[in-house]
Design a protein around this ligand. Structure first.
Ligand SMILES: Cc1cc2nc3c(=O)[nH]c(=O)nc-3n(C[C@H](O)[C@H](O)[C@H](O)COP(=O)(O)OP(=O)(O)OC[C@H]3O[C@@H](n4cnc5c(N)ncnc54)[C@H](O)[C@@H]3O)c2cc1C
Length: 338
């Protein structure tokens, strides 16, 4: 375990927006058995522990008054197998995209639509990552980890994770209280594909719908549409797609009859945050070192010299313009830390 003081998190490895940030302490653990010294430090210093992965979904402050704790275990093991399916246990420190590529190469299918999402496996259940018509919760059997207060190990079934759109119990009751050490996934050994997402379907040639074709199409679409955080610092989609009640939708449609609408469960309707931002003419808009990407309206980028306050100011501006024009409040997807 390394526990160096005043950890500079400005490097893009731990922070893809490349914000200036120094944490009080960094604990790198290889498993639940290593967590005790971090808990002791937290209790002695009175500062909280803050789990982090690759920092691709966080907006960090200049000084993070916490001990950052990160899991380095990138193991993958087979827990059980039938003729049709396999259950894998994966360490929280495994790179998400490596897992997607390796499972595909091994003939374990399902994760292809989620290719090229940055970050580590341990963070994937936190916001129930999703893309191109698939969400993580379709594959999670259980999430294992440790209480950051008592040091007690605990396992949660998929149901106990309370997965929802970009949401889970790890963003609410268990926020900063639980370190995810492993995730169990059930994947298919029989090739299965989901090509319902319109942009994905139209990028595949007729009849070309193998898991490998889906993986390659998703990688190509993402490379074309999203700025690469290694070149242009960003945290992916900066705002969630708003989910509206019928009454809210009718209000919006009165102003913008052409707004694309995707019905979700019950009387709820998802609208595209990117469409609203684009319609408001915000792509390319800058506030100091932070701007709205011209390549993708939903992505907020920095020039590598930004602070959290710059990002907050731009996000507030976008929220104000969109609310003023369309009566819809956008909610940021990445987490802002105090
Ligand atoms: C270019 C780009 C594209 C993206 N595209 C998508 C996309 O298509 N779909 C999507 O859903 N997301 C997307 N994201 C967001 C991001 O990649 C995911 O949310 C990812 O899961 C974050 O992983 P991370 O390791 O970087 O987590 P971090 O940013 O380090 O942490 C995110 C949250 O998870 C918590 N956390 C991290 N590790 C642990 C752990 N071991 N135990 C407990 N809590 C933990 C942190 O406390 C924090 O609240 C994108 C981001 C970028 C930069």
């Amino acid at each position: 375990m390394g526990n160096l003081q005043d950890q500079d998190l400005s490097s893009r490895i731990a922070n893809t927006l490349a914000l200036r940030c120094v944490a009080h302490r960094l604990f790198e653990v290889s498993g639940v058995e290593d967590v005790r010294p971090a808990i002791d430090w937290s209790q002695a210093s009175g500062l909280p522990l803050c789990p982090l992965g690759a920092g691709s979904n966080v907006v960090l402050p200049p000084e993070l008054a916490a001990g950052v704790i990160t899991v380095r275990d990138d193991s993958v093991s087979v827990l059980s197998e039938t003729a049709d399916s396999v259950t894998l246990r994966v360490g929280a420190g495994k790179g998400w995209h490596s897992l997607v590529s390796e499972t595909l190469q091994n003939g374990f299918y399902g994760l292809e639509n989620l290719a090229l999402i940055p970050g580590l496996v341990g963070a994937a259940p936190v916001q129930n990552i999703g893309a191109y018509g698939r969400e993580l919760n379709e594959f999670v059997v259980a999430v294992h980890g440790v209480s950051l207060h008592s040091g007690e190990p605990r396992s949660l079934s998929s149901e106990e994770c309370e997965f929802a759109y970009r949401d889970s119990v790890f963003k609410h009751d268990l926020r900063d209280k639980f370190l995810i050490s492993h995730v169990d996934f059930c994947l298919s050994k029989v090739p299965v594909v989901n090509v319902e997402y319109p942009a994905l379907r139209s990028s595949l040639a007729d009849g070309e719908n193998s898991p490998t074709a889906v993986f390659e199409a998703v990688v190509a679409l993402r490379r074309e549409r999203l700025p690469n955080p290694d070149e242009i610092p960003n945290a992916g989609s900066f705002f969630k797609n708003p989910i509206l009640s019928r009454k809210q939708l009718e209000k919006l449609q009165f102003i913008e009859p052409e707004v694309p609408v995707y019905p979700v469960a019950g009387e709820q309707f998802k609208v595209s945050a990117a469409w609203l931002i684009e319609r408001a003419g915000l792509p390319g808009f800058s506030k100091g070192p932070a701007s709205i990407s011209e390549q993708h309206a939903l992505v907020l980028v920095t020039n590598g010299k930004a602070y959290q306050a710059d990002v907050r100011e731009l996000a507030k501006h976008v929220q104000g313009v969109v609310k003023g024009r369309f009566t819809v409040m956008l909610e940021p997807e990445p987490r802002f830390y105090d």
